[in-house]
Design a protein around this ligand. Structure first.
Ligand SMILES: Cc1cc2nc3c(=O)[nH]c(=O)nc-3n(C[C@H](O)[C@H](O)[C@H](O)COP(=O)(O)OP(=O)(O)OC[C@H]3O[C@@H](n4cnc5c(N)ncnc54)[C@H](O)[C@@H]3O)c2cc1C
Length: 399
């Protein structure tokens, strides 16, 4: 009995000591709230944007200007080259697509997006044809790794853009020009015709004002009176512009076809992979033509998808059919409507927001997409860029 009492006394003394220690700790500093506010400002997660202006940039591309829809919530800052995921509701389907921020990061009164209509697309025709001044849309915070990093990228940068792929570069060029950064820039911009050269007036103007920025337009379908470069962006044309590849860092942005072409050209120049940053706009037009696609699979093959998810505390299950030629996320958004929402932004396997556990099944991922090894090892997929090859069972109950 005495022994038990002594143990209780010891426990009490220990608890007292701990309490004293806790009381001695200084209270949280006054600036804690400030830091939290700053953090929320930089990483708001989601933002509400209101369309303030719309103008045509070319026959198939519109510039949308957005202000914050909440006056007390300023737009999140970003690094020139980053993008936001824009969410839309189209006939009951809630989906999103990434768009690069085209405005200078040095002002945050508005964001600018240059959206090109994609034939047969889902979101871009909707935006071009339906979006009007005053509309409010949800967007992600700025994301993405395509930005100038002085630690690793040196002073000589080669920007290679195809079509609407100019959008992150116009933001970077505005930034570099406004801050008079001591960098040497070669912009090689491939377009179909002269009418498709987006932001031409401004690009010419920047080139005139800044001797360290050189711009070359290359047209693949020029009119007969075009006196500039013609054809595709080949290795010879790149070398012609930049002289040597030594110490240069390359950024390539455009649709998948352009990206694949330029990648081959840069490979033949022997540029180390770590000195090239690629950003491919959108999923492949035809996944069955991508290297590694299992040719034995019939492209009209329908797949059974099962998704387990939580509604309140209950586990629910939903099943639907999907095409093997469509990313799982697209079929999921169409089939489940607003029952479940999987966070996503890049729709190209980069941001990892949509990572989901696959209990069983087999998916195809384009070879250039790098999924973190740990995700692969523990059975996680990125449904935004995963194409189902066999019946697939997903588990969303952990998210
Ligand atoms: C980082 C990044 C930045 C980008 N920046 C820009 C930019 O600045 N400017 C720009 O123009 N583009 C940009 N893009 C490309 C852009 O995100 C879109 O890929 C492009 O606009 C095409 O989208 P889309 O929906 O029109 O076409 P798709 O994504 O090809 O839409 C067709 C697909 O939508 C799905 N779909 C069709 N009908 C339905 C339905 N009823 N319900 C549900 N799903 C359906 C199907 O899967 C179909 O295959 C960027 C892409 C990335 C990755």
């Amino acid at each position: 009995m005495e022994k038990e009492i002594m143990e209780d006394v010891k426990k009490y003394q220990k608890a007292e000591k701990l309490k004293k220690k806790r009381d001695e700790v200084e209270p949280l500093p006054w600036y804690y709230d400030g830091l939290e506010n700053l953090c929320n400002r930089i990483h708001p997660g989601k933002q509400l944007l209101q369309v303030s202006d719309i103008e045509f940039l070319s026959r198939d591309t519109k510039l949308f200007r957005f202000i914050s829809a909440k006056p007390n919530k300023p737009l999140a800052p970003f690094r020139a080259g980053q993008y936001i995921g824009l969410t839309v509701d189209i006939n009951g389907v809630r989906t999103s697509r990434p768009f690069s921020l085209a405005n200078s990061p040095n002002q945050l009164s508005y964001y600018e997006l240059g959206v090109r209509i994609k034939e047969g697309g889902f979101v871009s025709p909707f935006l071009i044809e339906n979006l009007k001044v005053g509309d409010i849309l949800e967007a992600s915070e700025p994301l993405g790794n395509l930005f100038y990093n002085p630690m690793f990228h040196g002073k000589d940068l080669v920007f290679i853009a195809g079509g609407s792929g100019i959008t992150p570069f116009i933001s970077m060029l505005r930034d570099i020009s406004e801050k008079k950064l001591p960098l040497n820039i070669w912009l090689i911009f491939g377009c179909l015709t002269e009418k498709d050269i987006l932001f031409r007036k401004e690009l010419d103007d920047i080139q005139k004002r800044r001797s360290n920025i050189k711009t070359r337009y290359i047209l693949s379908e020029p009119d007969s009176d075009w006196k500039g470069e013609c054809g595709f962006i080949t290795r010879d044309k790149i070398l012609n512009e930049i002289g040597t590849i030594a110490n240069k860092y390359f950024y390539v942005v455009g649709n998948r076809a352009m990206y694949e072409f330029v990648r081959e050209e840069l490979n033949t120049l022997g540029i180390p992979q770590h000195r090239i940053y690629y950003e491919a706009f959108g999923v492949p037009d035809d996944i069955t033509k991508v290297i590694g696609w299992p040719q034995e699979i019939n492209s009209s093959h329908k797949i059974q998808i099962t998704v387990e998810y939580r509604r309140n505390t209950f586990k629910e299950k939903i099943e639907f059919e999907a095409l093997c030629t469509e990313p799982i996320l697209n079929s999921l958004e169409r089939s489940i409507k607003d029952e479940i929402e999987i966070a996503n932004a890049c729709r190209s396997g980069e941001c990892a927001l949509c990572r989901t556990r696959m209990i069983s099944g087999k998916v195809f991922v384009p070879p250039e997409v790098t999924i973190r090894e740990v995700d692969n090892n523990f059975g996680f997929i990125h449904p935004c860029i995963s194409y189902p090859l066999t019946d697939v069972h997903l588990d969303l109950t952990l998210t």
